[in-house]
Design a protein. Sequence first.
Length: 292
Amino acid sequence: MAHKAGFVSIIGKPNAGKSTLMNALVGEKMSIITPKAQTTRHRILGIVNEEDYQIVFSDTPGIIKPHYALQETMMHQVEGSLLDADVVVLVTDINEKYDEADVLEKLNGSLAPLIVVVNKIDKSDEETVKAKIAYWEEALKPKAVFATSALLNHNVQSIMDLVLDMIPEHPAYYEKDFLTDRNDRFFASEIIREKIFKLYEKEIPYSTEVVITAFKEEAKIYRISAEIIVERDSQKNILIGPGGAMLKKVGTYARKDMEEFFQQKVFLEMFVKVITDWRSKKNYLKQFGYEQ
């Protein structure tokens, strides 16, 4: 049987459940999942390998109208993922009020076949689900519309089966033991960023970047140093908390997750640094790995 391989771009609005779906499809935790919107900033690849196929899933930032340079680079990543997609999976939230205009605008430029996923059906009723399916079938004429709960892994295998059916015959794009295109430093920074999204309110998580300044793999322990970048002194104070208590909490949770992720003991140290308005400064965005 011929080998199949293809790129599958997962797109949608913030908080539709794209990252949860990709993690479910790949069977590994590749992307941050939090209840807050706009947690994914980078395009992250999750690769599923079997003897006769390779599916390269691409989790992308939620589609928004950009208000500053960081959000512009995030939207460029969405556009890039659509350009090389063999299949596009549009993830929609069952509770959205048919206001996905920004998403549909991005889809206009794509020639790839489309699958629509109506997600979070565990938070709805049968009548609403049927109405949503009918709406998307009529509006976009996709290959298929799936009603799913990515969180509960409901109907995820059906999406996988159709994707496999749709990708072309092609040699593997990556080595067969690759799970992702990202390195350990990236995942260490994402784990810390996820904890910040879960533990802090308002603008703090969105104003924060995490840079891994050292990653030393010793025989029995990984020694990791990280800088948490914020935009203002007031944010630095909140992030650290009284007597350093909040930062310690972030460190404890992050280290625990890292040890599970890397299957290795971790020593983690973190420092907080202020870079005023870094989200609007292209030199810093480039330095932090946000490509134009």
